[in-house]
Design a binder for this molecule. Sequence first.
Ligand SMILES: Nc1ncnc2c1ncn2[C@@H]1O[C@H](COP(=O)(O)OP(=O)(O)OP(=O)(O)O)[C@@H](O)[C@H]1O
Ligand SMILES: [Mg+2]
Length: 156
Amino acid sequence: MVHVISSGRLRVDDGPYTQAAAAAPFEVMLARHRRSSGVARGHLRDFLGQVPDGAGLLDNGALVLGELVANAVVHARVSPGREIALRLEMVHGHLRIEVHDASNEKPGIRRSTGPDDVSGRGLSLVEELSSEWGWGPRPEGIGKIVWAMVGPEGGA
Ligand SMILES: Nc1ncnc2c1ncn2[C@@H]1O[C@H](COP(=O)(O)OP(=O)(O)OP(=O)(O)O)[C@@H](O)[C@H]1O
Ligand SMILES: [Mg+2]
């Protein structure tokens, strides 16, 4: 039996037609530290390991996640102790990545990046490899959420 639950996600009950239940959303706090991108990618690998066909989302998902976490570490300059939250969720076969940080500064693609610039490409990569991305206020406190959807087909 399949139930539609309030958040719009499907949950599959035990029964004669039992299927693998969708992986539960995963949430973890990360320190504002340059190693956190790698830590986050490890969490993504574990999360997708529980998702049917999740391996196909790993390469693009890891690149997008690494850029979003790096941005939160580098650009969200707030007092120590204000950590970064990571949330991973499967939505209709797409991986939804959310990175929450405590800065109200908004992310924006730098359209004028030249060939010699050493930075300013992270969000262009996110746009390329995700089907959609965006940002919005953090509901649980100060700061914002930057999110991206990564599908098996790659970018839009
Ligand atoms: N989480 C964030 N908080 C505040 N500002 C952000 C955040 N993410 C991005 N930005 C802003 O958007 C700009 C573009 O981000 P982008 O990731 O494309 O480039 P970068 O981080 O400057 O360089 P690179 O990612 O190539 O090392 C940043 O320079 C920064 O001003
Ligand atoms: Mg960046």
